[in-house]
Design a protein. Structure first.
Lengths: 224, 574
């Protein structure tokens, strides 16, 4: 039933009672995850709006324009991006449930995610050693804030991943098999989302000031 | 069948799993409500202290300006977030959603349990700020930078940090709860429970939860960024500034950006509190007037439209902030438009009462009280929504009167009405009727006596947020007399709440035993096999929903109501 027809139903009239309404746990968890992803999207959307509005103030300095700027050398960030792509890819492969592949895919997906988090930390340390601390300029503050928050979400995902791994280790029962399959399917969706989010943040953080100006102009955020 | 097995696995059997680490939505709801009421009492005492200073300045040595601002801030924040939001969503939402849609529990019971513990943690962090050096923050509940984190503002060392951390933890708790409420409504409704057969209470809480899930991130963003400004020295919101003769390290930040983020949360927050109240009041009025709700579909659509529109009115809180004045036109227009669906709801409540068989039970008294206070508060909102009227009234007691009527008194009357209505289901005993009526009249008339005169103070130009009103020529002595009266009434209303607390505790042990359905209501929560409902809510079989929740006075039946699970074919409940 479409949304429109369900909210225009006339409930005072006698309707037909559907035979089955129950949708089962898997669907429920997927639905719950989708709601969560909407909330996380709202969170990052608002951060990005704040970023764009802040970028219009005169003390703003871009991060990746000149060799002297912190994100000019992006090689570590590209490497981290590849880690996250691999993580996403392996979880997707694990989901397809080929022979023995779920376990291997799950493990590799998690390990690449750990590599991503460690890689981000290495890059933070690298920046810090070069004197680019969090309070140096507002764009850099946003860089630490957004990457930190994104990595926190990866780590939260890794907690679910650990739960699935524990199910793999004791994989004798049907129940642990079911838990693992469900976790893999949910993790795959979550990781694809985090990958998309990371690519968006990466692109935003290394863009040119003209790009910010254009977006702000287009969205009517200027002069607020 | 799988569902039954799943439920059996969660059956708690020790004191700890049953009452403390419980995953049962009914216990979690009561935990949420008890914490919210306790912290609400703290906020009530703070408001009494504020009124002592305003009504009788100079008589209380322990209230200095810093303490006064701390009382104001903590009172506002606790009442809006930690009491009203928590009790409507965490309390009523948790208790009623699964019962009203015919589910055995929330869909993620473990996450639901985490939610209440995170909420308790947030409350404890907030309360801890009373005991740190410098005390809690005194920045006002809006926490505007730069002053919120600068020296000179009370609690700018520790208080503000604890406040921001507490808010962040609360948002995590609210998100975990919210995921449950939304997913349960979408996924766990029983057979026959279509969206449009849900009671309006569920619609109100459901829509408010969606608002909370989308609006709280804005508060989270502003809290985290301000925490960075405070602790790490970033300049998200902090402009270049000289404080106490010293140039600080901040430069270039935008305080207006904070205001936009804060009110992008802050205005939907009004409706996060109001929409559940709308829903609950609709049900109370319908049940106690023995009539179907007038214009059910319009009521649902109005809730949804108000929810959507609440995201495009936020800057009406910022007419005097120095933002682009052209924005004023847009936000004034949207603000006035939102009055239309709201007015539809008020008319529909009145039309539901029209020629109803009204039973003036205590919940009904509170519902009627709400319609009155909400209409008055809403009308002054039309004044303040217009830029030209708002400018002179901004920062006066007119604003204080407006928002206390519309989102202080009105929702809290619904909280009381709801508790009087559902207490029999929660505890198996009725609340005392005489004490309830005394509580209602004291609270209802008392709050009018507090807030109605404040409108006059506001029109006189008496500014809000002032610690004392000495040596202002434009404030006549009569305003001071009025302030004394308001303070006396505030203390009176505060004391009236003791009756309510006493009634809650006394009735738990000595109250009259309640039947399964004392109000003769149709919705599913009153059709459970036992009162209070046992673990899993329903017996072996889930109920089947045959009709909407408003079949009162249907011709051809001996009783004047048909429960939602009553089948006309078989003539019995299924």
């Amino acid at each position: 039933m479409s949304i429109l027809s369900s909210i225009t139903e006339k409930p005072w009239e006698q309707g037909v009672i559907p035979k089955v309404q129950h949708k089962g746990k898997v669907n429920t968890r997927r639905a719950g995850l989708k709601v969560l992803l909407v909330v996380i999207s709202a969170l990052f959307f608002l951060f990005i709006v704040a970023f764009l509005m802040r970028s219009q103030y005169p003390d703003w300095q871009p991060l990746a324009e000149q060799p002297s700027q912190p994100l000019y050398d992006k090689s570590q960030l590209w490497l981290n991006t590849i880690y996250l792509i691999m993580a996403s890819l392996f979880l997707q492969l694990a989901k397809t449930k080929r022979q023995h592949f779920p376990q291997i895919g799950l493990m590799l997906g998690g390990l690449f995610s750990c590599a991503f988090v460690v890689g981000q930390l290495i890059f933070w340390q690298h920046l810090y050693q070069q004197g680019f601390a969090v309070d140096v300029n507002p764009a850099l503050s946003f860089f630490y804030l957004l990457t930190g928050l994104h990595a926190t979400h990866v780590i939260i995902g890794l907690l679910v991943w650990l739960y699935a791994v524990s199910a793999v280790i004791s994989r004798n029962t049907k129940r642990s098999q079911a838990i693992m399959n469900q976790c893999i399917s949910l993790c795959a969706m979550y990781w694809h989302f985090l990958l998309g989010l990371w690519v968006l943040l990466f692109a935003l953080l290394v863009s040119k000031p003209e790009t910010y100006d254009a977006i702000v102009e287009f969205c009517g955020l200027g002069g607020v | 069948m799988e569902d039954e097995v799943e439920q059996d696995m969660h059956e708690p059997n020790s004191f700890w799993t049953k009452y403390v680490w419980s995953q049962d939505h009914k216990v979690i709801a009561i935990q949420y409500s008890v914490i919210a009421i306790l912290v609400g009492i703290v906020a009530l005492v703070l408001s009494g202290l504020m009124r002592l200073q305003l009504g009788f300045p100079g008589h209380f040595d322990f209230i200095d300006p810093s303490a006064y601002y701390q009382f104001v801030t903590m009172h506002g924040m606790i009442m809006v977030i930690y009491l009203l939001t928590a009790i409507f969503l965490g309390g009523f939402g948790n208790y009623l959603i699964p019962l009203m849609v015919g589910a055995r529990d929330m869909v993620f019971p473990f996450v639901n349990m985490l939610s209440v513990w995170f909420y308790l943690l947030a409350v404890l962090i907030l309360m801890a700020s009373f005991f740190v050096p410098g005390g809690p923050t005194g920045a006002g509940w809006t926490l505007y930078p730069p002053q919120a984190i600068l020296p000179g503002t009370p609690g700018s060392d520790w208080g503000i940090i604890l406040m921001l951390v507490s808010l962040a933890v609360f948002i995590v708790a609210a998100t975990m709860g919210g995921l449950n409420y939304v997913t349960t409504v979408l996924q766990a409704r029983t057979r026959g429970m279509t969206l449009m057969r849900m009671p309006l209470t569920v619609w109100g809480i459901f829509t408010a939860t969606i608002l909370a899930l989308l609006a709280f991130p804005a508060l989270f963003v502003s809290a985290v960024m301000m925490l960075f400004d405070k602790t790490l020295g970033t300049s998200f919101f902090m402009p270049a500034i000289i404080s106490m003769g010293q140039q600080l390290d901040y430069e270039g930040g935008s305080p207006i950006l904070f205001q936009h983020l804060f009110w992008f949360f802050g205005h939907p927050e009004v409706y996060i509190v109001a929409l559940p109240a709308f829903g609950i009041v609709s049900d109370l009025i319908s049940i106690h007037a023995r009539k179907n709700i007038f214009g059910y579909r319009m009521m649902v659509w109005a809730i949804v439209i108000i929810g959507v529109m609440s995201f495009v009115v936020w800057a009406h809180h910022m007419y005097v902030s120095g933002m682009n004045p052209i924005f004023g036109y847009f936000f004034a227009t949207t603000t006035l438009i939102i009055a239309v669906p709201t007015a539809i709801k008020v008319y529909n409540w009145v039309l539901t009462l029209w020629r109803g068989n009204i039973r003036l039970n205590v919940p009904m008294l509170f519902a009627l009280g709400f319609v009155s206070t909400f209409t008055i508060g809403g009308l002054t909102g039309l004044f303040l929504g217009n830029v030209v009227v708002d400018l002179p009234l901004s920062d006066t007691y007119f604003v204080v009167a407006h928002f206390h009527m519309v989102m202080g008194v009105s929702p809290i009357l619904v909280v009381f009405g709801g508790i009087y209505h559902w207490y029999p289901k929660m505890s198996g005993r009725m609340l005392n009727d005489t004490l309830g009526k005394l509580h209602f009249w004291g609270t209802f008339l008392g709050t009018y006596a507090i807030y109605f005169p404040m409108h006059y103070l506001g029109v006189l130009g008496v500014p809000r947020r002032y610690f004392a009103y000495e040596n202002y020529d434009f404030i006549p002595d009569s305003a001071k007399d009025l302030n004394a009266l308001i303070s006396v009434m505030a203390i009176f209303v505060g004391l009236m709440q003791l009756i309510f607390i006493f009634n809650l505790v006394w009735s738990l042990f000595k109250g009259k035993k309640a039947s399964d359905n004392p109000w003769e209501a149709t919705s599913l929560e009153w059709q459970t096999e036992t009162t209070p409902p046992g673990h899993g809510n329903w017996g072996k079989e889930l109920p089947i929903c045959h009709r909407w929740a408003y079949d009162y006075g249907v011709p051809g039946y001996a009783q004047d109501y048909l429960p939602q699970n009553f089948s006309a074919e078989s003539g019995e409940k299924t």
